[in-house]
Design a protein around this ligand. Structure first.
Ligand code: ZN
Ligand code: ZN
Ligand code: ZN
Length: 369
């Protein structure tokens, strides 16, 4: 698997006329070799050259953390008094064009630019992004398992098993987090709980606001799956809304339009459809209910080893969806000082049509506790 990924990376490097690829912290590295760099001040960097070498430059005392794959990459440990930037520059061997990981800290890039003054630099995402966006079958299986995990948490929320009224958003958020971990995730990436007027802020930070009877509670949560050592985890991401009591007719009407917009957008996410066309389907449906001006963000984002990655479903992105693309479909409306709602599923574009990975009920759940 990692060997095949490395081969695809090398092919993409050649097509982009890139002589060397350098990856440090961030999701590209675990995706490519199964090792995640520690986000600390000591440099860890994989150096992939066009001639077929791949060397992981890593602090010597962190070498025991590495699941070694000698057929994929070599390990180059550096001791406390060595200069890792010089080692990387040496391995790069005066490359004309280098691609450097999007998440690499600028202090290392600046030092490398000093050590390799003749080299031009591009973002590694231009090489890895399009490759990571097309999921392999086992990646879809892991995304599906992640989705099933958060679906069960959503079920508990919608059935009233997770009490809401009288608790703070932060308290409910913490409970969602515990349940996400219990469902096979290694980490919680976020657990947004936004009650009443807070639901009008798409990325609301769950706080001390107490949830009352008679309001919407928007919950958007996800994590990264637990995997065997040396295998990258995959992300989940779901949004469901519940109402604490019978919702007013005006809210229900708006929610029904949103639910229809979400359903139509999922159906429109077919292989070959331009990414922006799927966004437009949801936006046009919301316009019929005069809600499009409150749909403040793009329709969706790709998902994989990273919670947000290519492809982005947004006006201006004309790239056609490929079989194997996995992305969120998450229209919403956000009316300041009043309320908001969002419905989010992860969907995979396949040759047999769009395949939603989330199955939790899309109706507005009414809970009485
Ligand atoms: Zn978001
Ligand atoms: Zn989300
Ligand atoms: Zn999302």
């Amino acid at each position: 698997m990692f060997e095949q990924r490395l081969n695809r990376v090398r092919t993409a490097m050649a097509a982009a006329d890139v002589d060397v690829l350098m990856l440090s912290v961030g999701p590209d590295l675990p995706w490519l070799i199964g090792y995640e760099a520690m986000p600390l001040e000591r440099l860890t960097m994989l150096v992939v050259t066009a001639d077929g070498r791949a060397d992981l430059v890593i602090p010597q005392f962190e070498v025991p953390r590495v699941v070694e794959r000698p057929d994929v990459f070599s390990v180059v440990g550096w001791s406390e008094t060595e200069d890792p930037v010089a080692i990387v520059a040496d391995l790069a061997g005066g490359a004309d064009r280098a691609a450097i990981g999007d998440h690499t800290w600028s202090r290392f890039l600046v030092a490398l630019q000093g050590a390799l003054p003749a080299t031009t630099w591009v973002a590694a995402g231009s090489i890895t992004g399009p490759l990571r966006a097309v999921k392999e079958a086992h990646e879809v299986a892991r995304l599906s398992a992640a989705a099933a995990g958060v679906d069960r948490v959503a079920n508990a929320l919608q059935s009233g098993e997770i009490p809401l009224i009288g608790r703070t958003e932060a308290d409910v958020s913490a409970e969602l987090g515990r349940r996400i971990l219990a469902e096979g995730h290694a980490v919680v990436n976020f657990a947004i709980v936004a009650a009443g007027e807070n639901a009008a802020s798409p990325h609301h930070h769950a706080g001390s606001r107490v949830i009352r009877a008679g309001e919407v509670v928007l919950c958007d949560f996800g994590g990264t799956t637990e995997e065997p050592e040396g295998q990258p985890g995959y992300c989940s991401d779901i949004t469901r809304c519940v109402y604490t009591g019978e919702p007013p007719a005006e809210f229900r009407e708006a929610y029904d339009a949103l639910q229809d917009a979400q359903r139509r957008a999922v159906a429109a996410a077919v292989v070959g459809a331009p990414a922006e066309s799927v966004d437009k389907v949801a936006r046009d449906r919301l316009a019929e209910a005069d809600l499009d001006r409150w749909f403040l963000h793009r329709l969706g984002h790709g998902i994989g080893v990273e919670a947000h990655e290519d492809p982005y479903l947004v006006a201006g992105n004309q790239d056609p969806l490929d079989a194997g693309n996995a992305f969120s479909i998450e229209p919403g409306f956000y009316i300041a000082d009043r309320w908001g709602a969002r419905i989010e599923d992860i969907v995979v574009a396949t040759d047999d049509g769009p395949r939603p990975l989330n199955a939790a009920d899309h109706d507005l759940a009414v809970v009485e506790a």
